[in-house]
Write a protein that binds this ligand. Sequence first.
Ligand code: CUA
Length: 157
Amino acid sequence: MNIHTYEKTWLAVSMVLIVGFIATVTYGAVGPGIAMIDDDGGSIDPDTINDDERFNDPGVTHVGENEYEAAVVAQAWTYTPSEITVPANSTVTFYVTSRDVTHSFTVAGTNVNTMVVPGQISEMTVEFDEPGEYGILCNEYCGAYHHTMEGKLNVVP
Ligand code: CUA
């Protein structure tokens, strides 16, 4: 092999790595037994959250055989609902919005992690293959009691 061939080989290898890294970020497994499928959103007027069908009584809705939707409202310093329970082997689309300032919706130990910005709906679809218990926490500084802002996610058998 001459130098030129080495160069081409390494260029190809690095391209594969870069594409691989991007694929991992986009499609990668997000934690033990769960996988992110989709991450999209929409907008909402933070002052009229209560008029929105999804957010006036936020929680988990069964929408298909193994499909659920979970609407969550973040505000200083709580999530509503504070506890989410879904069955294992289900696909859950989360819709999360904020009533006040920027928070995050982060499922500890996984890469389910989205900023929750007032005026926007953070949408994420996640597959839960295995039962488990996860902490939900806020990792965007949102004021004096930011560190106490937490919830719970139960994936039940
Ligand atoms: Cu909400 Cu930090």
